[in-house]
Design a protein around this ligand. Structure first.
Ligand code: MN
Length: 196
């Protein structure tokens, strides 16, 4: 579904009068989010949400926090293909993003904003603010992403029952949600020859 199709769909309808669904580029729920721990030149966490047929992406140097007081810098990066959400492995040294990647968390998300005529895509690309509810294995609850200028955004846990100032999942739950392996173990598995 293209953005323009839904714009046309919405413009033809008065949703105060029709029972038809409002056209949203994003489905109301069950869209994928993923956090990939990426040990590249500098360690960071790539936060991605499936939206408009791609993975909208940010690199978070310190990783996500469950503490509402933490304002985590999130640097907007290029859109990635949807299939990237399952990628784990080693990007060869010298290649773009060279280093080891694990799927640190994965699940679904939905928008928390009553969007009116503004789609989540519009909120992200034009308004520079989204609020989404995550249902991952490690990350749950509301998170806000707010653009502060250029490619710089802030990624902040919202106040709700899932907020926890003490959990610190980046440090206490370092493993892949796909394999249970840490980034160090994935690197060792790939570079250590099997001994018979
Ligand atoms: Mn990365």
């Amino acid at each position: 579904m293209s953005k323009s199709f839904l714009k046309g769909y919405n413009e033809k309808r008065d949703f105060r009068k029709t029972g038809e669904p409002r056209g949203q580029v994003l489905g109301a729920d069950n869209e994928t989010f993923v956090v990939q721990k990426h040990d590249a030149t500098t360690l960071h966490y790539d936060f991605r949400i499936a939206l408009n047929g791609v993975l909208k992406s940010w690199a978070i140097p310190k990783g996500p926090s469950t503490n509402t007081r933490d304002k985590r810098l999130a640097i907007r990066t290029e859109d990635h293909p949807l299939a990237y959400a399952d990628f784990e492995g080693v990007i060869p040294a010298g290649e773009y993003g060279g280093g080891t990647v694990i799927v640190w968390d994965k699940g679904t998300y939905r928008s928390l904003k009553d969007s009116g005529d503004s789609s989540l895509l519009h909120q992200l690309e034009q308004e520079g603010h989204i609020a989404i509810w995550l249902e991952g294995k490690k990350l749950k609850g509301g998170y806000a992403l707010t653009r502060t200028g250029g490619n710089q955004w802030l990624f902040v846990k919202m106040r709700d029952k899932e907020a926890d100032a003490l959990r610190d999942p980046v440090n206490t739950q370092p493993e892949s949600v796909l394999t249970g392996l840490t980034i160090e173990e994935v690197r060792a598995h790939i570079f250590t020859p099997l001994m018979y």
